[in-house]
Every structure is written in structure tokens, then in C-alpha cells.
Ligand binder design. Structure first.
Ligand code: FAD
Ligand code: NAI
Length: 495
């Protein structure tokens, strides 16, 4: 009896403590304190973008020594690893968004945040020009701003390799509106197939969901689509669900080339079990409104009729980045992205740091790399500020004729603050969800690699991502969505 009572008491205390923590954190988040005002004497840091790199930078930054301005066409951070779950309604879009103001309002000094798209960076004049490209505009919808330091992290855009018809006919999976568009189109295709008198051939086309690109984006989306089909669509469209066909087309001999061989095999066999038709060594050549044309291993042209086509073939540089490269063409000669040194300084420029997917480095374009670079750069800025303060102190000490020992110690401190270690990437492993409650993980352990797959890895995947979400608010929303999906299923309304 005593044991039961102790256990019950422990559970109660844990629940109360957990609840108290949530309430306290939520209150603290919703009631930010006073911030230091803008100080014209301080250097201005302009941050372009609010994706993984910039958000990690802002989160870690002590901006008491800087006036910070953030410019991005969207006013929120998007947690991309969970974006494929939004395409089928496992998660709702807003659960993985975090308004940038929620973050900047907690910084030490007041920070300006502008929703705008930068279209020109002038590295000589040290200015950026940006416009309001949203639907509603005021009288002023374009302006120029000067910087002392520029943190350039605008990410990349979807790679199409200039293949005819892709931009006009395919859906991409990069932004939250892409995921919402896919979600609507899936249901739209099924409703169109269900329309009275639809021909058999047209039903098959409408129920053909094709994914191009066997990288992690394409694989995760195919896995989520399979779950939607098995767990929900089968109940609500029993006559059509069996005819839904998921096809994944990949140009290389394997999907997921960045994962270890056994995980690639595991993914392929899971997809086979799940009746996801994987066509490797098949290169898409042209996309038309209702079908795509691909070249297979035997160099034959094969047609794939589709109702919905999702295109996930990686990244390419944005126009604003290409323009910046052209301005610095003597040093910026990589077609993959911006070249930086080991401190993330943009080659050929003064005061510009570039990080994340817009750069061409030895690292893969991942959130992991971008966020580590963002955190690193925040530490660089702290050191730069510290150095500034020490230099001032040294100057004052010289003016008042301080003792040589004091001057020496200050000079040494300046040297230490100037000594900034280069960026070092620490790989924490690769994770991907592949559908039917299975995930794969390549994890670095000691000097080797641990490859894990299956249900336990799926729970690890979930806990890893929930812990990486940037706020308690997002964690609660994502957790609630997962529970809702399990208990109530996914919604099939075409809202
Ligand atoms: P982004 O996060 O793309 O941010 C770029 C920012 O720049 C955005 O805020 C954008 O609005 C802004 N911007 C764009 N144009 C302009 C402009 N002209 N002016 C100003 N601002 C501009 N990586 C992982 O490590 N693990 C994963 O599980 C994973 N899953 C993914 C799933 C999907 C579906 C996708 C698409 C990507 C995934 N990635 C994952 C990759 C990861 O999202 C990127 O590597 C990461 O977002 C790069 O961060 P970034 O800050 O460079 O760019
Ligand atoms: P990717 O570059 O990783 O893969 C694209 C795939 O498309 C390649 O395998 C390529 O061979 C194929 N392809 C290109 N052209 C083709 C064509 N014409 N026909 C058929 N196939 C074609 O791109 P993805 O998946 O968009 O990922 C982008 C970045 O984001 C990567 O660095 C990736 O690691 C990261 N990411 C990581 C995730 C994770 O860790 N779980 C999830 C999603 C993305």
C-alpha cells in the first residue's frame, strides 16, 4: 500500500511540476521584458532570411553590442524536417512555424524585422535593397538599407535543371504553402477520380501520384503519402483506395545515396512491401500537364501519366545569390553557391558572412549544417563585440597613463578576442522517415557508424525532432497533432 501511495505521489508531483513548468515557460514567452533601445553608435547587422541558419544565429546572438535588422519574405521560421507530414495532414502547418518576432522580442536589444524580399546586395556601398512582395502593400513597398555586417542566409530554391514543363506542372516541397497545396491536390485528385462517369483510364491517371527525386525529401513524402492511403483514404474512399499508385522516380541506381547501404536496402524493401513503385536509373526528361516522359535504364522513353507530381531534385542558387556572385565574379566562381572562408566570410567581400544552403562548401545542404553555422557565427559576433570593448578600454587606459602591466593584460585580452577559431562541423547523424511507422538512422558512434531502422528508430526520430523544435509552443502543438492523428485520423476535407 505504502509503495502504491509513494508511486501515486511521485506521479502527481511530476505532473504538477511539468504543468507548472509549461505554464511558467508559456507566460515567460508571451510576456517579453523591456529591451535596450536602438543605439546609432553601434554597428548594424543586417540578417537576410529567417530559416535554419539565421534563426540559429539570432537565437544564440547577444545583440547588446549591435543593432540588428532581419529581412525575409516570410515572417516566420519553418521547421522543414517535419514539412512532409504537413502534405497529408499528419501535422497542421502552423504547428511547425514559429513567428520570428517571438524570437527577436526576447533579444537583449530591440530588433527590426521586415517582411520583404531582398533583390540586390551592393558589397561596395554596403547596402541591400528589398521590396514588399506580399498581396497588401503600403505606399512604400521598396527601400534600401545600409549594413556594417551582413549575415547572408537566403537558402536556395528548387532545382529543375531547366527541364521543360516542371515549373508549370509540378508541385515542390520547400515552403509551407507547397505542402498545403499538395494536401489540397491529393484530395482534389481523388474527388475528381470519384466524379460520376469518370473513365477508367482517367481514374487511373488521377490516382497516380508521382514523386521525382529519391533524396530524403522525395522518400519522406512518399512514406507520408503511403500512411495517408493506408490509415485514412482506404476508409473514406474504399472503392478508389486500391487503385491509388505511388511512383518514385530516381535518376541514380539508388534512393538516399547519403545513407549507408543497409539502410538503402531496408528502405527499398519497405517501399516494395508498401507497394511504392520505385523506378531507379530513370531520368525525367519532360513534364507535360498530365504525364511526364522519362528515360529508363535501356535508354527508352517511358510515359508516366499522373494526377499529382511532386518534384524534389535538390537545390539551386536563388537569383539574388547569382547576382551577388556576378558582382564578385573574380572570387565567386562556383556554380553551386557562394564561396566562404573557414570563418564563413564571403570571399571577395568586406563585412559579409554567408551560411546555410546558399553557400558551396564541403558539407551537405542540411538544417544541421545551417544551424551549427548560425550558432558559430553568433559566437564570432560576441567575440568581435568583446574585442571592440577591449580596444576602447585599452585606448582609455593609454590616455589616463595606466600601468604597463594593465596595458599588457588588456593588449593580451585583445589578441585573445581576435583569435577566432574556424567553423567546425560536428555531424550528429542522418535521420529519415520512410512510412508505416518506420524510420532510418545513420548515427556516428565513437569512430564508426550505427545504422538503425524500424519502429524503435521511428520513436527516436520523433523524439529527436520534437526536442529540436525551437519552442515549447511548437513542441506542444506537434505533440498534440500526433496524438490527434492517432486518435481521430487525418482530415480528408479539401479545405
Ligand atoms: P532556409 O531554411 O531555406 O532559409 C532561407 C531563408 O531565406 C528563408 O527564411 C527564406 O524566406 C529567406 N529568403 C529567401 N529569399 C530571400 C530574399 N530574396 N531575401 C531575404 N530572404 C530571403 N535538413 C536536415 O538536416 N534534416 C532534415 O530532416 C531535413 N528535412 C528537410 C525536409 C524538407 C522537406 C526540406 C525542403 C529540407 C529539409 N532539410 C533537412 C534541409 C534543410 O531544410 C535546409 O538545409 C535548411 O533549411 C537550410 O537552412 P538555410 O537557413 O540555409 O535556408
Ligand atoms: P537531393 O539532392 O538530396 O536528391 C535529389 C535526387 O533527385 C537525387 O538523388 C537526384 O539523383 C535525383 N534527380 C535529379 N534529377 C532527376 C531527374 N531528372 N529525374 C529523376 N531523378 C532526378 O534533394 P532533396 O531530397 O530535395 O534534399 C535536399 C537537401 O535537403 C539534401 O541535402 C538533403 O540531405 C536535405 N534533406 C535532408 C532530410 C533528412 O535528413 N531527413 C530530409 C529532406 C532533405
Amino acid at each position: 500500500k505504502n509503495r502504491i501511495r509513494t508511486f501515486a505521489r511521485t506521479v502527481l508531483v511530476t505532473i504538477l511540476a511539468g504543468g507548472g513548468y509549461v505554464i511558467w515557460r508559456s507566460y515567460e514567452q508571451r510576456h517579453p521584458g523591456e529591451q535596450l533601445p536602438h543605439d546609432p553608435k553601434l554597428p548594424t547587422v543586417v540578417v537576410l532570411g529567417n530559416g535554419w541558419a539565421s534563426t540559429a544565429f539570432l537565437k544564440e546572438l547577444d545583440n547588446s553590442g549591435y543593432n540588428v535588422v532581419v529581412i525575409s519574405p516570410r515572417n516566420y521560421f519553418l521547421f522543414t524536417p517535419l514539412l512532409p507530414s504537413v502534405t497529408v495532414g499528419t501535422l497542421s502547418a502552423r504547428s511547425i512555424l514559429e513567428p520570428t518576432r517571438f524570437l527577436t522580442r526576447h533579444l537583449k536589444r530591440k530588433t527590426e524585422v521586415y517582411e520583404g524580399e531582398v533583390y540586390e546586395v551592393d558589397p561596395e556601398k554596403k547596402t541591400v535593397r528589398f521590396v514588399d512582395n506580399s498581396e497588401i502593400k503600403g505606399e512604400v513597398d521598396g527601400t534600401e538599407i545600409s549594413y556594417d555586417y551582413l549575415v547572408y542566409a537566403v537558402g536556395a530554391e528548387n532545382q529543375t535543371f531547366g527541364i521543360k514543363g516542371v515549373k508549370e506542372n509540378a508541385c515542390f516541397l520547400k515552403e509551407v504553402w507547397d505542402a498545403e497545396k499538395i494536401r489540397t491536390r491529393i484530395v482534389d485528385c481523388i474527388e475528381a477520380a470519384n466524379f460520376s462517369g469518370q473513365t477508367q483510364e482517367e481514374i487511373d491517371r488521377l490516382l497516380s501520384f508521382v514523386v521525382v527525386g529519391g533524396g530524403p525529401t522525395g522518400v519522406e513524402y512518399a512514406g507520408e503519402l503511403h500512411d495517408f492511403l493506408m490509415e485514412d483514404l482506404g476508409n473514406w474512399y474504399p472503392d478508389l483506395a486500391d487503385r491509388i499508385k505511388i511512383t518514385l522516380i530516381e535518376a541514380l541506381p539508388n534512393v538516399l545515396p547519403m545513407f549507408s547501404k543497409q539502410l538503402i536496402d531496408y528502405t527499398m524493401s519497405t517501399f516494395q512491401e508498401n507497394k511504392i513503385n520505385v523506378q531507379t536509373k530513370t531520368m525525367v526528361k519532360e513534364v507535360q500537364e498530365k504525364k511526364l516522359i522519362a528515360q529508363n535504364e535501356k535508354k527508352e522513353l517511358v510515359e508516366y501519366p499522373y494526377g499529382l507530381l511532386v518534384w524534389a531534385t535538390g537545390n539551386t542558387a536563388r537569383q539574388v545569390t547569382k547576382d551577388l556572385m556576378n558582382r564578385l565574379s573574380s572570387t565567386q566562381n562556383s556554380r553551386r553557391g557562394l564561396l566562404v572562408d573557414e570563418h564563413l566570410r564571403l570571399l571577395g567581400s568586406d563585412g559579409i558572412f554567408a551560411l546555410g544552403d546558399c553557400t558551396a562548401t564541403n558539407y551537405a545542404p542540411t538544417a544541421q549544417v545551417a544551424s551549427q553555422q548560425g550558432r558559430y557565427l553568433a559566437r564570432v559576433f560576441s567575440k568581435l563585440h568583446k574585442k571592440e570593448l577591449l580596444l576602447k578600454e585599452l585606448e582609455q587606459a593609454k590616455q589616463v597613463g595606466a600601468e604597463p602591466a594593465k596595458l599588457d593584460s588588456l593588449a593580451n585580452a585583445v589578441i585573445r578576442a581576435s583569435n577566432i577559431a574556424p567553423f567546425h562541423y560536428s555531424h550528429q547523424g542522418s535521420l529519415a522517415y520512410i512510412g508505416s511507422d518506420k524510420a532510418i538512422a545513420d548515427l556516428p558512434v565513437f569512430q564508426g557508424n550505427l545504422a538503425a531502422a524500424g519502429l524503435a528508430t521511428y520513436y527516436f526520430w520523433r523524439s529527436a525532432y520534437i526536442s529540436q523544435l525551437f519552442s515549447l509552443r511548437n513542441r506542444l502543438l506537434v505533440g498534440t497533432d500526433w496524438l490527434k492523428t492517432k486518435v481521430l485520423g487525418r482530415d480528408v476535407s479539401r479545405a
